[in-house]
Design a protein around this ligand. Sequence first.
Ligand SMILES: [Fe+2]
Length: 224
Amino acid sequence: MTNDTGPHTSASTTPPWEAEGAQACESGVLAAMRSAAIKHTMDVIKTSMTGDGSHRDHLVNAERALAELASQSELFGRAAFPAPTDTVDRNFLVSQDDDGTFALYVSTGKPGVVYQPHDHGGTWAAVAAVSGAQHHSFYSTDTGSLERVGSAVCEPGTTVSVPTDGIHSIEGGPDPLVHLHLYGLGFEHQHLRREFDPDTFAERRFRLEDLSFIEDRRPSEVTG
Ligand SMILES: [Fe+2]
């Protein structure tokens, strides 16, 4: 699904990282290298992941493989994955099985971007950083209210995971973000995803359009 409002063209509103990326042009060789690396990573994850993602221990191998992919930062440059605008974050789908499982996105977020507490509609998530830092908070509803029970920073060299019943929030650091987000089910299949007001605990259903921009960037040999 694509909901592209397009990059900003006004010099007065274009963030510097957007202008820099807009000038780049990617080679076919690099695109082929990325496709091969992503396929290898997903093969490793599907064969090495233990359990069903209902516990963070199940996701250790997935996190490890995702971190290895994220460390190849040359594969995830601005030429292929443009920076966010002032108002639009970007999620590029780069791999997903036909049944919607094992969905991998390259997400580019603006500095300071905030995603309120949410789950993933009964599926798990793992995140690895290519560049920039995300601050994750983790929550429990065991006491009947939304209680913050932990936190972690996902920056280059580190990963974060959220089990199937997990709730987390994200706040971007001062630098633009390029992160890899892997889900047991892709966004379009997270029908039961919930979001929470961090102050009132008010709950509402996930709206796909809140993610601003999702573009299918899977290689044609996969999508065709
Ligand atoms: Fe999430």
